[in-house]
Design a protein around this ligand. Structure first.
Ligand SMILES: Nc1ncnc2c1ncn2[C@@H]1O[C@H](COP(=O)(O)OP(=O)(O)OP(=O)(O)O)[C@@H](O)[C@H]1O
Ligand SMILES: Cc1ncsc1CCO
Ligand SMILES: [Mg+2]
Length: 266
C-alpha cells in the first residue's frame, strides 16, 4: 500500500458530481444496451429501471443466444440471485462474449453470504475481470476482509452498498450518502442499481468514477421518490418516475459524496 497515493488525492468528489451529470446525459443520448443475466425476482423491475433511465435492457438466458446478446451489448450484468443450473451454465459464455467484444461486465454476488457453493462460484467469476463488483456489505465481506483489498487484488471497482454506499478501486474511495430507507423495503433495488451502474460504466471513461456517479443518481432518485410515496408499493413506481425525471440540477442540489481526505462536495 505504501506505493499508492493517499486516498482521495487523485479523485475529487466534484469529478463524481460531474460524472453523475454527464453520465445521466450520456445514457439518455447514447441509450446503451445492457444485457442482464439476473434473478427472476428482479428481472422486470431491472428492465423498467434501465428504460426509465434511458438505457435499453435485454434479459434472455437462452444458451443458443447468450453469446450474441452479451457480445452485442454495451455492458453485461451478471447477478447471482436465483442461480438455477440453466442460468449458472450460460454465465461464463456471456462473460467471454462481452470480454471478447471489449465490453465491461459487472458482478452482483447476491446472497453469497448464504451459500458456500455460490460464494465459490462468485470468486471464480470475480477472477474473470469484472469492471465492477456491487453487493451489499454482507456480500462484499465474503469476498475479502475489506473492499479496498478486494479491489486492489482483482484490479476492479468495488461498491459495498447500504445506508451509505462505499465505492473504491483500492486507491480512491468515495462514500455516497444519498438514498432513502424505503429502498431497503422494495426487493431488487440493489439489483436494479447494479444494472444502472453497468449503464454508467458502459458510457463512462473510468469505472470508479462511473460507479460512484451511478450511486449518486440512484440514491437521489430514491430520495425524490420518497417525497411522494405512501409506502413500498407506491415507492417502487415513484422510483421509476424519478429516474425518468431526474435533472442535472437535482444532482447539483442533492449529491452527498465524500472522500476521506476531502470535505463534502455539496
Ligand atoms: N437505509 C438506507 N438508507 C438510504 N439508502 C439506502 C438504505 N438501504 C439501501 N439504500 C439504497 O439502496 C441501494 C440498494 O442497496 P442494498 O444494499 O439494500 O442492496 P441489496 O441488499 O443488494 O438489495 P437487493 O438484493 O434487494 O437488490 C443502495 O445503493 C442505497 O442507495
Ligand atoms: C429476494 C430474492 N431472492 C433471490 S434474488 C432476490 C432479489 C433480491 O436480491
Ligand atoms: Mg443484492
Amino acid at each position: 500500500m505504501d506505493a499508492l497515493p493517499p486516498r482521495g488525492e487523485s479523485e475529487l468528489p466534484t469529478d463524481i458530481l460531474g460524472a453523475a451529470r454527464d453520465g445521466l446525459a450520456a445514457v439518455r443520448v447514447r441509450r446503451p444496451r445492457i444485457h442482464c443475466i439476473t434473478n427472476t425476482v428482479a428481472q422486470a423491475f431491472t428492465a423498467n429501471a434501465l428504460l426509465a433511465l434511458g438505457a435499453v435492457p435485454s434479459m434472455t438466458t437462452a444458451p443458443d443466444e447468450i453469446a450474441a446478446f452479451a457480445g452485442g451489448a454495451d455492458g453485461l450484468l451478471v447477478n447471482l440471485g436465483t442461480l438455477e443450473p440453466e442460468r449458472r451454465a450460460v454465465i461464463r459464455t456471456a462473460i467471454e462474449a462481452a470480454s471478447a467484444a471489449g465490453r465491461p461486465f459487472l458482478l452482483d454476488p447476491v446472497f453469497i453470504d448464504r451459500s458456500a457453493g455460490r460464494a465459490a462460484f462468485a470468486r471464480d467469476l470475480a477472477a474473470l475481470g469484472p469492471a465492477a463488483i456491487r453487493g451489499n456489505g454482507a456480500e462484499i465481506a465474503v469476498l475479502d476482509t475489506d473492499a479496498d483489498a478486494l479491489a486492489l487484488r482483482l484490479g476492479t471497482v468495488v461498491a459495498a452498498t447500504g445506508e451509505t454506499d462505499l465505492v473504491t478501486d483500492g486507491r480512491r474511495l468515495a462514500a455516497v450518502a444519498n438514498g432513502h430507507p424505503l429502498m431497503a423495503r422494495v426487493t431488487a433495488m440493489g439489483c436494479a442499481g447494479a444494472a444502472i451502474t453497468t449503464a454508467f460504466i458502459a458510457v463512462g471513461e473510468d469505472a470508479f468514477t462511473a460507479t460512484a456517479a451511478a450511486m449518486v443518481v440512484l440514491g437521489i432518485a430514491g430520495e425524490r421518490a420518497a417525497e411522494t410515496a405512501r409506502g413500498p408499493g407506491s415507492f417502487a413506481s415513484a422510483y421509476l418516475d424519478a429516474l425518468y425525471a431526474l435533472e442535472a440540477d437535482d444532482i447539483a442540489a442533492r449529491a452527498r459524496v465524500t472522500s476521506p481526505s476531502q470535505g463534502e462536495a455539496s
